[in-house]
Design a protein around this ligand. Structure first.
Ligand SMILES: *Cc1c(COP(=O)(O)O)cnc(C)c1O
Length: 337
């Protein structure tokens, strides 16, 4: 199956599994796992942060960041379509009594600075305390400019708010911009990175911040059940991914672009622009989208169901797979007439 649903579907390669099998491990709750400790140091240094902590998932990473930044009754300002608001089951509010203040996301994936400023609450007992700005990069595959990110962090700090970056796919942003990842991340107070997406590790995210922040975050991680034991098995896969799967993200971006340019030749399909490893296409109707999904599935290609569909390129999709996918799309529409 050529699976375009997400970059989370990537499976650990044999080479990665070999490294995992040989990893030196210990009990990480005691701080005894050398592979975890080394990975945390490596990620912190890559991102230009003091400290880092391995966690089970991106959702757990963002939740712990929010719990550590915000107390009960504090609020975080976030994009209406950002993961930390929309796709984390309401965890911050439900588990942390943290008040979300969502605002609309602009077409480039950013939050307009005036709109952020407009919802920062005055220091008055009638309001929740505005404590955190939570951004996302990449957002729906779009890369936020560094100039924007610097200004947004500056704005947050001017209101004495901290700035968190949900950088689930931050390495895609760095590779697309041809900058070291730290050039994007180091201005933030905290950054969360997913390693089980385009990087191709089977499990794990890393939360980065100051030493003091990460020390506090370790208590929250324990509380939400995220204290793992011989987690070096997870860290080893991530370490391998950092060494072997970062530069190659450029291939995923090139494949998404090839997919975009090829599918644009199909008049029945509305094709958006691929900025990194994601391409959004829209069918005439939900019904046609479902039919296309079935048709492709019978030809070994999986896409999400719907009218507007996200196609994601990744480690397990080759250039030949893109060509095969385009041919299947074309024959679907040919047969539709
Ligand atoms: C996938 C994702 C997460 C959460 O990651 P999980 O590991 O699936 O919990 C957070 N933010 C963004 C932008 C994501 O795409």
């Amino acid at each position: 199956m050529i699976d375009f649903r997400s970059d989370t579907v990537t499976r650990p390669s044999l080479a990665m599994r070999a490294v995992i099998a040989q990893a030196e491990v210990g009990d990480d709750v005691y701080g005894d796992d050398p592979t975890v400790n080394a990975l945390e140091e490596k990620m912190a240094s890559l991102l230009g942060m003091e400290s880092a902590m391995l966690v089970a998932s991106g959702t757990q990473s963002n939740l712990i960041a929010l719990l550590t930044h915000c107390g009960r009754g504090d609020e975080y300002i976030v994009g209406q379509q950002y993961h930390t608001y929309l796709y984390e089951s309401g965890g911050a509010a439900s588990l942390g009594s943290i008040v979300p203040q969502p605002i609309p996301v602009e077409s480039d994936g950013s939050l307009e600075l005036q709109k952020i400023a407009a919802v920062v609450k005055p220091n008055d007992i009638h309001y929740a305390k505005s404590t955190l700005l939570s951004l996302e990069n990449t957002h729906h595959g779009k890369v936020l400019s560094n100039e924007y990110l610097h200004r947004a962090v500056e704005l947050a700090h001017s209101y004495k708010m901290a700035a968190h970056l949900d950088g689930a796919r931050i390495f895609n942003a760095a590779v697309a911009q041809e900058v070291p990842v730290r050039a994007i991340t180091e201005v933030f107070d905290t950054v969360s990175v997913c390693c089980s997406k385009g990087l191709g590790a089977p499990i794990g995210s890393v939360l980065c911040g100051s030493q003091e922040f990460i020390q506090k975050a370790r208590r929250w991680r324990k509380m939400v059940g995220g204290g793992m034991r011989q987690a070096g098995l997870i860290a080893a896969g991530i370490d391998y991914a950092l060494d072997h799967h970062v530069a190659r993200l450029a291939d995923d971006h090139a494949h998404a672009l090839l997919l975009q340019e090829s599918l644009q030749q199909i008049p029945e399909l509305e094709v958006e622009t691929a900025h990194t490893n994601m391409l959004y296409v829209e069918f005439a109707s939900h019904e046609v989208g479902l039919q296309a999904g079935h048709y492709l599935r019978e030809r070994g290609i999986r896409i999400s169901a719907g009218k507007r569909v996200r196609l994601v390129t990744h480690l397990d999709i080759s250039r030949e797979d893109i060509v095969q996918c385009v041919a299947a799309f074309k024959s679907f529409f040919h047969n539709l007439h």
